[in-house]
Design a protein around this ligand. Structure first.
Ligand code: PEP
Ligand code: MN
Length: 352
């Protein structure tokens, strides 16, 4: 662990991969210090996370060690030079975290869904310059995530980050919380000053997927990770399936292929590809406009002849034919389906 990591500088210029690790829940002094000792051997880990108050779905589950865990976080910080980070959900948590010298806060997915709670936290943080990361809300609702960030920014907080921890979904999936990469990307576009990292542990929900999802996140351009670690993961009181030992974390990080920022030579090569893409995009738009004009004429005909706008048989055939054509062209079914669903929706709108 490099002693001199400056999180405020990182927020201004995130030029190195930030790795935040530590237990889902702080369980005992021994567990925290043993985990921290293991993590101290991993250069990339600059921040020690530890859940002190746990938002549990069922009331009988372990709800966190509470205030005394903050003392142990301070001890780990002193021993190993980490910055420390914990989750806050109510103003009392903020007050205690600040009192015990926690360096960074995060707001959890279950809290972010409630604007009243977020506003209370923002009010209580007014005038503090502590960095705060905001996890995405449980549901894939960009506005809710954005709203939480706006409330904190309105309270004058300058170092604000986002954490993509995936979204719960109705459909069965291999993830605990499926990632939707477009959402953090759109958040970054809307708030360029927000630094967004990825919590692969809560996305995966199991150890087996971590490596693959961490690599995927890097390929999308993530600039940091939150990964839960525990000295004895199988015995963890919370999230036992997804925590890994510091040793496994080191192995996983060593195996990752970190993508570099673009240099001038890459830019030149990409420029040619991008010009080609721009020409194709123009063609696509012209064709869509042409198709919509035909739809409008069809709409007029249907109106005159009093036939319904939606002709289900025709739509089923159009979709089927184009999916097959797309497959022959090497496109994937879902992409073709989505493209035609959007075009069809636009076309129906034109005909009404
Ligand atoms: C956690 O980080 O342990 C946690 C409770 O996360 P989330 O809010 O993403 O569920
Ligand atoms: Mn957890």
């Amino acid at each position: 662990m490099s002693e001199s990591f400056d999180i405020r500088k990182w927020f201004k210029n995130p030029d190195e991969l930030l790795v935040i690790s530590g237990p889902c829940s702080v369980e005992s002094r021994e567990q925290l210090l043993k985990t921290a000792e293991g993590l101290s051997k991993i250069d990339q880990v600059k921040v020690l996370r530890g859940g002190i108050w746990k938002p549990r779905t069922r009331p009988e589950a372990f709800e966190g060690i509470g205030e005394k865990g903050l003392l142990w976080m301070g001890e780990a910080k002193e021993r190993y030079g980490f910055l420390t980070m914990t989750e806050v959900a109510v103003p009392e948590h903020v007050e205690l975290a600040l009192k015990y010298g926690i360096d960074i806060l995060w707001i959890g997915a279950r809290t972010v869904v409630n604007p009243f709670s977020v506003q209370e936290l923002a009010d209580c943080l007014k005038g503090c310059d502590i960095p705060v990361f905001v996890k995405n809300p449980i549901a894939p609702d960009l506005k809710l995530w954005l709203g939480a960030i706006e409330r904190l920014s309105g309270a004058g907080l300058a170092c604000l980050g986002g954490i993509h921890r995936g979204f719960s979904a109705i459909e069965e999936s291999r993830y605990r919380n499926a990632p939707v990469w477009d959402i953090p990307i759109e958040l970054k576009r809307l708030c360029p000053d927000i630094q967004i990292i990825t919590d692969v542990s809560h996305i995966c929900g199991c150890r087996e997927l971590l490596q693959e999802v961490a690599q995927e996140a890097l390929n999308f351009g993530t600039i940091g990770f939150m990964i839960e670690s525990h000295c004895n993961p199988e015995k963890a009181l919370t999230d036992a399936n997804q925590q890994i030992t510091p040793e496994s974390l080191k192995n996983a990080l060593d195996k990752l292929v970190v993508r570099k920022k673009m240099v001038d030579k890459d830019e030149v090569i990409l420029k040619n590809f991008r010009s080609e893409i721009d020409v194709i995009d123009d063609e696509i738009l012209n064709l869509v406009a042409k198709r919509m004009n035909v739809s409008e004429q069809i709409g007029k005909f249907k109106k005159e002849h009093k036939v319904t706008v939606l002709q289900m048989d025709r739509w089923t055939k159009v979709l089927e034919k184009n999916i097959n054509k797309g497959l022959n062209l090497g496109l994937d079914e879902e992409t073709v389906k989505q493209i035609f669903e959007i075009i069809h929706k636009g076309s129906i709108k034109r005909q009404l």
